[in-house]
Design a protein around this ligand. Structure first.
Ligand code: ADP
Ligand code: MG
Ligand code: ZN
Length: 626
């Protein structure tokens, strides 16, 4: 991709390079080729050469004597140190040698001035320039000396290789963006009816859902100049530069209208002003934001400049940015649904060689909650795995394994887990699966494994919902917590002791139960009262508490009650199905990984005799020992 840079690489740089080259050439390289060789000799040898008539010419300097020979004078110059020798002149005259005393030359004042003043200053500035350039490169490109240049990359059509076809799913977002393009191309249509187009649109959504990709695709489709800049690029090295850059960006944009300006990660400059009263450091960003606000007010949208911005933290943006007349249109770019995931997988496997019988739907179903970026990664991991295993085509199992890699990390093949611990892990995982299967509202088990992963998971139970739902009922939420407590419950029921293996489960169960009480209104005590709020709906699940300390204490009581009830229910289910628990755990211990189908087969089969089961577990135990 091409981009317009600020000023050209300064001429200064070339001057310095040229001068350095001349100096190096004159003082090192040229003498090597063009000058005669210099040979040091002793004073005795020198006198001998003079006496034998070998000397053609002699030059005497302050502390050296140079002798040019008669035969090899153009190849070798003999040099010796000057010794106090009153006889020398007589000897030279006697031998008829031409000789002269060289008077050291005073360099001319001009040269003197040049070498002592001009050159050092010159080099000083040149080094400064280089340093500046280096610094500004490290700080995100551009030339630090070009104060207030916007640094926006300008893309012309044909320079962008992305189009809407590269963005799978996200149909609503694409629709909204197409409308903007339509406006740029046919403004009369809108003017006629008296409609004003929005000045700006804000793409909001979790990371990796394709916001930047959508903007790039828009640039490829719009056939108008496209300015792209990241919010952090505004705020750089010098105070006051951010505002100047905004000014420059809008000036350029208006010259090039109709065009699109895209500000990625706008939260870097668009955060709420005066929030929290931090000390120092905020002025710069505020100035930049103020400039942006005033520029957006200042220009006439009928000119055909559309401002597009993207963020995954819309809640932190200054309200002034979001009011009508600025980014008045919000384009949600959410995590893909089942169909969206399948399409994204397909788009990314376009250039990957795969067998014909790939079931993308199955992969899409197993990746609920994954972002577009993660799905792209899954395809790539699968291709890498195929290469590693020496295949030329990607097959279904590559994809399945790479889903687990992206979710849970790589298999830790070398990890040594004591057989006794392996047994605990097997019961723990089967505990989850069995509790899930015995609750009608739980998603069926897809896969259970006790192969440890680099993420630290010692094993896990993958559940894949039959169909995707957007609502979570209170019963489903409670059943989920019950399933999560199923692992620890199995340890209790079988071994009558507990391990640290449930730490992650404990966290998950608590988060879920807390959400039920504080945000989902699923407790009797608090009815529909909001007690907590999500800080960043798109980034993780941090929450802020909204209630008094007394209420917070009551929340804890309520959360504990839910978890205790779920835990008790899980134990009950397992106690009623101990036989199946033994049987399934033995099977898992033997196979290490079992599918949901195998799991259901054993679960629905006729029960076997108890002694046989215990023998099974012991047998696999011994196997593992060997
Ligand atoms: P963000 O929303 O964080 O800006 P990006 O646009 O940078 O996300 O997406 C990162 C990568 O994820 C893209 O380069 C692309 O490969 C992939 N991706 C994300 N969403 C989609 C999608 N809807 N269709 C195809 N690829 C996608
Ligand atoms: Mg992005
Ligand atoms: Zn667990």
């Amino acid at each position: 991709m091409n981009n317009k840079k600020g000023p050209k690489r300064s001429l200064m740089f070339y001057y310095v390079a040229a001068i350095l080259m001349i100096i190096v050439f004159n003082s090192f390289i040229a003498p090597m080729f063009f000058s005669p060789q210099v040979k040091e000799i002793s004073y005795g040898n020198f006198l001998q050469m003079v006496d034998e008539g070998q000397a053609a010419k002699i030059e005497i300097t302050e502390n050296k004597i140079a002798l040019v020979g008669k035969d090899d004078g153009d190849k070798i110059i003999y040099v010796t140190g000057r010794v106090e020798d009153p006889e020398l002149v007589n000897r030279l005259v006697r031998n008829k040698v031409e000789f002269s005393q060289v008077i050291p030359k005073e360099p001319s004042p001009i040269v003197n001035f040049f070498t002592n003043w001009v050159l050092p200053i010159f080099i000083f500035f040149a080094l400064g320039q280089l340093f500046m350039r280096y610094m500004s490169k490290r700080m995100g490109g551009g030339n630090a000396m070009s104060f207030g240049k916007s640094n926006a990359k300008v893309y012309a059509e044909a320079q962008i290789d992305k189009s809407f076809a590269d963005v799978a799913g996200q149909d609503e977002a694409k629709e909204a963006l197409k409308e903007l393009v339509d406006f740029l191309h046919k403004p009369e249509k809108y003017k006629e009816i008296g409609a004003k187009m929005p000045k700006g649109a804000l793409l909001v959504g979790p990371p990796g859902t394709g916001k930047t990709l959508l903007a790039k695709a828009l640039a490829g489709e719009a056939k108008v100049p496209f300015f792209s800049i990241s919010g952090s690029e505004f705020v750089e090295m010098f105070v006051g530069m951010g505002a100047a850059r905004v000014r420059d960006l809008f000036k350029q944009a208006q010259e090039k209208a109709p065009c699109i300006v895209f500000i990625d990660e706008i939260d870097a400059i668009g955060q709420k002003r005066n929030s929290g009263g931090q000390i120092g450091g905020n002025d710069e960003r505020e100035q930049t934001l103020n400039q942006l606000l005033s520029e957006m007010d200042g220009f006439d949208s009928s000119k055909g400049v559309v401002i597009l911005a993207a963020t995954n933290r819309p809640e932190t943006l200054d309200k002034a940015l979001l009011r009508p007349g600025r980014f008045d249109r919000r384009v949600p770019v959410e995590l893909p649904d089942l169909k969206g995931r399948e399409e994204i997988l397909k788009v990314h496997s376009k250039d990957v060689k795969m067998t014909d019988e790939i079931d993308f739907n199955a992969i899409a179903r197993a990746t609920s909650g994954a972002s577009g970026a993660e799905l792209a990664n899954i395809i790539n991991e699968a291709a890498l795995r195929a290469v590693k295993l020496g295949r030329t085509l990607v097959i279904q199992s590559d994809l399945e394994e790479s889903v687990e890699v992206v979710i849970a990390g790589y298999q830790r093949k070398g990890a040594v887990i004591a057989p006794k611990e392996k047994k605990v892990i097997a019961y723990h995982e089967i505990g989850h699966a069995l509790v899930a299967a015995k609750q009608s509202n739980s998603a069926p088990v897809h896969k259970i494994t006790i192969i440890p992963r680099t993420s630290g998971a010692l094993g896990y139970t993958m559940q894949v919902a039959e169909e995707e739902t957007v609502l979570l009922t209170k019963e489903e939420a409670f059943n989920k917590i019950t399933t999560i407590t199923g692992g620890r419950s199995a340890e209790e029921v079988i071994f009558n002791s507990i391990t640290s293996g449930a730490s992650n489960d404990i966290e998950q169960a608590t988060r879920m139960a807390r959400a039920m009480v504080t945000r989902l209104g699923m407790s009797k005590e608090f009815d529909m009262m909001a007690l907590e709020t999500l800080n960043n709906p798109y980034l993780g699940g941090d929450t802020s508490i909204l209630c008094s300390a007394e209420t917070a204490a009551k929340i804890d009581v309520e959360v504990l009650a839910i978890i205790k009830a779920a835990h008790a229910k899980a134990r009950r289910i397992l106690e009623e199905n101990t036989d199946k628990l033994h049987e399934l755990a033995a099977f898992l211990l033997e196979k290490e990984t079992i599918t949901g189908v195998e799991f259901m087969e054993i679960l629905n089969a006729e029960p076997r005799v108890k002694e046989e089961l215990v023998a099974d577990v012991d047998a696999s135990n011994i196997e593992n020992n060997n």
